[in-house]
Each structure stands twice: as structure tokens, then as C-alpha cells.
Design a protein around this ligand. Structure first.
Ligand SMILES: Cc1cc2nc3c(=O)[nH]c(=O)nc-3n(C[C@H](O)[C@H](O)[C@H](O)COP(=O)(O)O)c2cc1C
Length: 260
């Protein structure tokens, strides 16, 4: 397929649509952000790109804290509103019910099923935007959005944003479940579709090999112990034969002495 050059573009799909919270002049303010993503796992960190002119930027810079609130699809109108209207012009502090967690200056939206409370650990002036890296100090998830104590994306029902269309979307149908599907494919014997099919096979082979090695080690141990026990027995046997021989020799010597 022929590729068409579009020039350097900030083209990435999909992007999330989150609400960034900050305390500006003592009041909570929220802006919508799509340029947001996980940055590190240790410490757990998230990045968000905030344009220099945003009201929210004032709060983040003043307190070095912010929140990332993940809205459900049913909050889409409020999300869009916070992405159109600036706190410079209107008061957005009453749109949501707000809680505070450990940091006191990162407003957490009650209506959002997930809230990440963040402490700024880096900020990078990239020109149009400041890239804030926040260490995630605490994560809050609605109880009814958990499955087996883990945050369940289907229950959270987060928003996805696509720049060109300017459209909000929901999570779509799943199309692949990592190893499980590979396993199924391998078990069905569907080979010869490139090298990718080797990945789970290798993983499985490695698992089989590992268990064989463990079994072998186990066998090795028992072989060693059998060997150890038998060698002790052998030494004992040699010892008893030896002492019998000595006894016999002594008896022969005595017999010889008597007959001399
Ligand atoms: C879907 C969507 C995504 C957006 N993503 C960002 C973003 O990542 N960074 C940014 O600075 N502005 C982004 N904006 C624009 C701000 O949300 C918008 O300018 C907002 O009014 C700023 O609010 P504030 O001035 O109260 O901080 C986005 C807007 C929308 C609708």
C-alpha cells in the first residue's frame, strides 16, 4: 500500500479523555486532557501535556500537585464542557462534587469512577505545552467498578478521544486476549502463519522444559540419595567382609599354632 506523507503531526490513536484537576486560587478547577499517558511504573507516574495558557496550569505550578480523573462515558457532556470553557472566564468549581485525599491540593471528582492523586516530580517546557510528570500517590476506584479486587475497564466505561474527528468514543469489542488466544491457536494446530505463532509455542515449550528440569532435578536428588545410601551400604558390606576375613585369618593362625 502506498503511504502518503502528512508532515509532522501529533497523530496517535487512541487517546484517553480525562479531567485534570488542580486547585487554583483556593478553588478546584478541571480541564479536559487527551495528551495524557502512563510514564513509569516505579515510582508509578503519569504524564500530562498542558498548554501554557490553561488556567489549570496555574494551580499545578503553584501546588506541584494535580489529579487525573477518569470519567465514565455518561459524563461526556461535562467532559466536553471542561474542554471548551476556561477557568480564566468561568467558575468550574461547582460542576462536580469534590473530595481531597492525601495531598490536600489535588481535587478528586466524586462522579468519576477512578481518581489518580499526583505529586509533580518533573516538568518540561516543550514550547506550546508544559509536560508534567506526576508520581501517582494514591489511586481511588469505585467499589462497583472492581472485578476480583481489580479495576475493571468494562465497568469503568472510560472515554476515548480521536483528534481528527473530534469525537468521543467508548471501548469497543475485544479482539485478542494475549496468551489465552495464542494457546487456543496452537492447540488447534494452526501453524504456518508467519513466525508469530512460535511465541506461545516457545512459551509453552519453555514451561514444559522448566517442569522437566525440575522433575529431573528431583530425580537427580533421589538418584543422589540412592547412590549415597548404596555407597554407605557398600562400605558397610566391605567392612563386614573385612572383619570376617580378619576373624578367619586369626582362627587359621590359632589352628596353625596348635598344630605346630
Ligand atoms: C477532548 C479534549 C482534549 C483536550 N486535551 C488537552 C490537552 O491534552 N492539553 C491541553 O492543554 N488542553 C487540552 N484541551 C483543551 C482544554 O481542555 C481547554 O482549553 C480547557 O478549556 C482549559 O481549561 P482551563 O483554562 O480551565 O484550564 C482539550 C480539550 C478537549 C475537548
Amino acid at each position: 500500500m502506498k503511504k502518503v506523507k502528512l508532515g509532522p503531526q501529533t497523530l496517535l490513536y487512541p487517546m484517553p479523555a480525562v479531567l485534570v484537576g488542580a486547585l487554583v486560587n483556593g478553588k478546584p478547577n478541571f480541564m479536559t486532557a487527551a495528551w495524557c499517558g502512563i510514564a513509569a511504573s516505579t515510582p508509578p507516574a503519569i504524564s500530562v501535556a498542558v498548554r501554557q495558557a490553561r488556567f489549570t496550569l496555574e494551580g499545578i505550578s503553584a501546588n506541584s500537585t494535580f489529579s487525573i480523573n477518569i470519567p465514565s462515558a455518561d459524563l461526556v457532556e461535562k467532559v466536553d464542557y471542561c474542554g471548551i470553557y476556561s477557568g480564566h472566564k468561568i467558575d468550574k468549581s461547582q460542576i462536580f462534587r469534590v473530595d481531597y485525599g492525601k495531598l490536600n491540593t489535588a481535587p478528586l471528582i466524586q462522579e468519576c469512577p477512578v481518581n489518580l492523586e499526583c505529586q509533580v516530580i518533573h516538568s518540561l517546557d516543550l514550547g506550546s505545552h508544559i509536560l508534567f510528570i506526576g508520581e501517582i500517590i494514591e489511586t481511588y476506584v469505585n467499589e462497583d467498578c472492581l472485578t476480583d479486587d481489580k479495576a475493571d475497564p468494562v465497568k469503568i466505561d472510560p472515554l476515548i478521544y480521536t483528534t481528527v474527528a473530534g469525537q468521543y468514543q467508548r471501548l469497543g469489542r475485544g479482539c485478542w486476549t494475549g496468551l489465552e488466544d495464542w494457546q487456543e491457536k496452537v492447540e488447534a494446530g494452526l501453524n504456518g502463519e508467519g513466525v508469530s505463532h512460535l511465541v506461545p509455542r516457545l512459551a509453552r515449550l519453555r514451561r514444559v522444559q522448566r517442569s522437566r528440569v525440575q522433575r529431573f532435578k528431583g530425580q537427580g536428588k533421589s538418584i543422589c540419595s540412592i547412590g549415597f545410601i548404596s555407597s554407605i551400604g557398600f562400605i558397610g558390606l566391605i567392612g563386614s567382609i573385612g572383619s570376617r576375613l580378619v576373624e578367619l585369618i586369626n582362627k587359621l593362625n590359632k589352628f596353625n599354632e596348635l598344630n605346630q
